[in-house]
Design a protein around this ligand. Sequence first.
Ligand SMILES: [Cu+2]
Length: 117
Amino acid sequence: MKKSKVYFAGLTVAIAYTVVVLTSNPAKAGSEVKSQAAEVRVDNFTFGPKSLTVPVNTTVTWVNRDDIPHVIVSDDGAFRSKALDTDDKYSFTFTKPGTYPYFCGIHPTMVGQIVVQ
Ligand SMILES: [Cu+2]
């Protein structure tokens, strides 16, 4: 009985510590869950790289380098950006493995894919 109380007290401290770490230092918290970042440049009506392979928990950011708007639209509706003007960015975090094809909602011939492993 006494032993389990000590155990739970220790567990409570551990949880409290974790919460403090996670809330006080987002960058460190990110590395603890192995989150990563990757970028896709939208330039000259092309996604670069056209196919991007990333680990699970990667936040992919699309950056529009064109002087006309583009919209990032997932084939299966998993994600969709607003219209991105020049230098606008859109980010989506991929938490499940799979292949995520996408296209530009304004120029459907523009296609790309994110492969999450
Ligand atoms: Cu476009």
